[in-house]
Design a binder for this molecule. Structure first.
Ligand code: SF4
Ligand code: SF4
Length: 114
């Protein structure tokens, strides 16, 4: 065994093809997606209420998302899904989204720009 340790090369950032979209008004805080996300990406935004009086789900660690779509499959209310990044960016840029739709990746980018 060599006494010289190999340098640790950091992996390049993963480029995801899809972005997470959350329809906050449709979320009923059931917690299924939070429980089943294999990467612990999701949590509840306790500072916010939707019109039904629920705390909508949000992304606490969007960088950990692996686009597995478990959340989309398990949500009984179709409140969370993945969309092609390109298409979502166009809709986001044009403001052509349903009211209270969150795209955590883009929301963060626009916060950083401001
Ligand atoms: S796509 Fe997979 S990793 Fe990403 S938030 Fe949904 S369940 Fe979690
Ligand atoms: S997004 Fe869907 S699965 Fe997740 S907490 Fe809201 S209603 Fe439940």
């Amino acid at each position: 065994m060599s006494a010289v340790r190999k340098p640790i090369t950091p992996k390049p950032a993963r480029e995801r093809e899809k972005v997470l979209v959350i329809l906050e008004e449709q979320c009923k805080e059931c917690g299924l997606c939070v429980e089943f996300c294999p990467k612990n990406v999701l949590c509840f935004d306790m500072s916010k209420y939707n019109r039904k009086g629920y705390h909508p789900v949000t992304a606490c660690d969007i960088d950990a998302c692996v686009n597995c779509e478990f959340c989309e499959r398990i949500c009984p209310d179709m409140a969370i899904f993945l969309a092609k990044k390109e298409d979502a960016r166009k809709a986001y840029g044009a403001g052509a989204m349903e009211e209270n739709t969150a795209i955590p990746e883009f929301d963060r980018e626009s916060k950083e720009e401001n």
